[in-house]
Design a protein around this ligand. Sequence first.
Ligand code: S3P
Length: 744
Amino acid sequence: MTRWPLRQVAFVGFGLIGSSLARVMREQQLVERITAASRSSQTLALARQLGLIDIGYADPADAVRGADLVILAMPVNATESILRAIKPALSAQAVITDVGSTKGNVVAAAEAVWGEVPPTFVPGHPIAGSEQSGVLAGRANLFAGHKVILTPLPTTQAEALALVTSLWQRAQADVLTMSVERHDSVLARTSHLPHLLAFSLVDTLARESNNLDIFRYAAGGFRDFTRIAGSDPTMWHDIFLANRDAVLEALDGFESGTRLLRQAITTGDSEALLGIFTRARVAREHFTHMLAGTAYAKPMTAEKDLTYTVQPGGRMNGRIRVPGDKSISHRSIMLGSIAEGITEVTGFLEGEDALATLQAFRDMGVVIEGPERGRVRVHGVGLHGLKPAPGPLYVGNSGTSMRLLSGILSAQPFDTVMTGDASLTKRPMERIAKPLRLMGADIQTTGERGTPPVSVHGASTAAKGGLKGIHYDMPVASAQVKSGVLLAGLWADGETSVTEPAPTRDHTERMLKGFGYEVKVQGATASLRGGGKLTATKIDVPSDISSAAFFLVAASIAPNSDLTLEHVGINPTRVGVINILKAMGGNLEVFNEREIGGEPVADIRVRSAQLKGINIPEDQVPLAIDEFPALFIAAACAEGTTVLTGAEELRVKESDRIQVMADGLAILGISAEPTPDGIVIQGGQLGSGEVVSHGDHRIAMSFAMAGLRANGPIVIRDCANVATSFPDFLGLAKRCGLAISASE
Ligand code: S3P
């Protein structure tokens, strides 16, 4: 346990970092006496005037005498001579730390002086500089929210490490530890190299004869890029020499990067240029994760916590367009990537699920521009152009990505591992692995329940001659399984056909045709022959009827509502929600029907209606498979009993939607009895309460709409995953009249 205050802290060097830390200590009274040594008597005089130190010395040995903690805050290359000078004056228990930007040389200096690094020495590095320097530039909040890296050695004393950690935590820094070598190599890339480039760019331009003009016209980009060229020259001189090997290695990497760019510019290789720029742009967004050394496709929704609060009442009015269809957005990237030519997509859903698919194909070498307000340009690589990803493909919450990709990856001549978030990791993947194995795929799921991660050994399948076409009778009605098998069939020898037990969404079949690939559909069977090619096309993604569903229910249950949803996809395999609401007495008008890019689209006007409970026809279940959470809210507001059967699939969606909805409805005072394959809901008065979405986007949005008919506020926990399918749900719901707010 570290006991503050200490009796004496000594600084050697008292510039920006040292004086900022002294300010923290003074403000929080962490120390009785602060001493400092500096080569500049002016610095010491200023420090005394500012009340930051008690006594200043020219000789560092004088400053450290009697100190409990010694902080080396001078340029790194002076470390060895300073350590030699202070060694005789240090008390035996004194803890020593430093703030240098390189750590290997600091450790080497200590070894040179003592033979081995003293156990009380804790090398450290606050990543919180500024291009300003000096005692006057210091401020107590310099480190707040910034990282401080400590690089203790195996021999470092635990108490010494605890003291230094506690000090930085007092400065509100985020303290982490890593090895000396890792620190130097990471910092060479993320800090030292950018400084080197900034210095070099400014110097190069300054030496050009027309430099005045250049600087006069220098725009924001130049200023942003070169801000750090205003940093302390001596300090950076020392850093580059001290971290020589790691910096040179980083510079080599950079030079090979610029060589690639040079070559692409010389030869006019747009594909290569766009590839580099689009990858860099995404990578930058995930910069923190790159610093941590992980692939830049990283858990997107991990560790986020979001709570919705809905105030009771309100009505739904206006004309809105909900975001693009999730299923079609996924497929536009997949088919665009394996097509020949550039596919232009508009209306693309910029939700995390579809973005996970987009990132997966970027990871496999496909150049994808955008998304920019729903516009995406996919530079197809053809059926044989995908490349192995640099690491596992992380697909977040998205079952569609994982199951459809299983089919595509099974046919590639390389191995891939797919992982996902906590919810996806519980979902069944054997249903797609099984038929793919029948085609000759080498694919493994995990654990007894056959869940993610999924490992696809494409290389071994290729070595055995690739996939063979099969006929598959699907045991469950699943568009994802049907699509995964058909997609694998693109590469398989001969014909691949799938028969479904009930009609499921047919976007894959429709879109393949749009890409010029022949698909035969006869009754419940879809088939295609491998070995053809896809030709790039234009895709206009309609609004997602699954996202529209929340609003269809909302305007039906909220009195005095009149809401029009524009450009909604009304593919016959998706319209269960309209049919069921109409059967319950809903007032829905589907008009302005048209066909866009092979998919039927319409506008839908919904007005309030007194709904009544029904027995939901089982043939509607696959046609409304994603809309039941919303329909359960409609049932809760209906007169009488609603009975759902034949819907056991709901138990293996992003959550067990039967149980989770039943639990939530019960909390809100509605009688909802789960059955193995459905639910029985008695309509009634929705009450107030706190429900949990279990990370399921559709559960969260459904309970949000329940607020319209509740008699008190509804709090919904765990709503971050709404972003997987419906970015700006909150904004749109508010605009229509829902009194909803979010908090973290
Ligand atoms: C989807 C198919 C359905 C659906 C999912 C999207 C698709 O899943 O629930 O949200 O895009 O193919 P199943 O195939 O598991 O029924």
